[in-house]
Structure formats: structure tokens, C-alpha cells
Design a protein around this ligand. Sequence first.
Ligand code: CA
Length: 205
Amino acid sequence: MRVSRTFIAAAAAASLLLAGTGAAVAAPADDTASAAPLLSRFDNGSFEYPVVTPGRFVELPAGQTIGPWQITSGSVDLIGAGFWQAAEGDQSVDLSGGTAGTIAQTFTTVPGTTYTVTYALAGNFGGAPTVKTGKVLIDGQNFQDFSFDITGKSATDMGYVYRQFTFVATATATTLSFVSTTASAHGPVIDDVTVTTCPPCNSCG
Ligand SMILES: [Ca+2]
């Protein structure tokens, strides 16, 4: 009866996807699901929604969300179109809102599969410190430290650089976190986060 079981699972997944606008939640382990449906694909890596009033930004404290991203500590700023240059689309995120913040997103993964995370990095040029720092976590473990020097940068020349690392999924859901370690209101800026299943390469993402 495998076919009918699969059909039921697929139908359930479809209805969940139709209804699925809520926050991503880590899926519980399910020994009966040999091919877990993609209930929570990684999304909004470019921080394009919700849309912020152009030319302004919104400070979001812990407990707030940016689509599927959760602010899990401190606060971050969601930067609207035209406030400063985005790396992709119109919006970006300053990981230090009033103070150092953390954002996290949990998405479906296939255990044993290698994923490549890429992101664009810059800094809030509006204030100290000169060098912005932070780190990227996978399931709470530090996978990459980053830093960005704002010397010479401006709203029209943010100087985004791309960073990349890989991880091997160990569960059917993985949590990706970006953490500011810049305790100021002017932190590292990220945008254009992608998660792909190809190995590190220039054409990824
Ligand atoms: Ca963007």
C-alpha cells in the first residue's frame, strides 16, 4: 500500500503548503517518512518581505520575525529600499539594531546532503566600530566568523562582499543563524542569503 500512503502524504503536504504562511518550525523526526516533503524550504534570504517604507528602516527586537526568519536575541534593523544599497533586490538587514542581534531560520534538509550557504556582507557605515564582526551558526554551532571594514563605504557604495561555507545536514530540519558580535547600533549588514545543494563553486547561488 506504499502508493496510497505516498499519495496521502503528498496531499497533506500540498494542503500544508497552501496554508503555510506561518513561521518555520523544526519538523519532528519521523521514522516512517523515507522522503520528507519540503514543508519549509529556505526562503526570504534577500529580506524582501515584509516590505519596509522606502527610505526608512524598522528595528525588530527578539521575538519578531522577517518572514520565515526569527529574531532570537537582541535586535536587528530591516532596511527599506533606498535607505542604502542592497546587494540583491531592495532590502537588507543590519544585524545590530539597538544592540547586537541574531536572526535564525529553520528549514527542511535531507540528512547526509551537503549544502552551501552564501551571503553578501557589508557594514552600517553610520557609526563605530570601524570593523563589524559576527558569525554564522548551523544548529547552534559556529561555522564561520566574519568581519567587515566600513572605511570608505557609503549608502551608494556599500562594498558588499560574498562569503560562503558548506555544511552536511544531520537532520530533516536545520537552523541557520546569523549573529552580530558588534555591540552597537551600527553592525554588520547581510543580504542575498542562499542555501543550495551543490558543492562550493562560483556558479552556485
Ligand atoms: Ca535584499
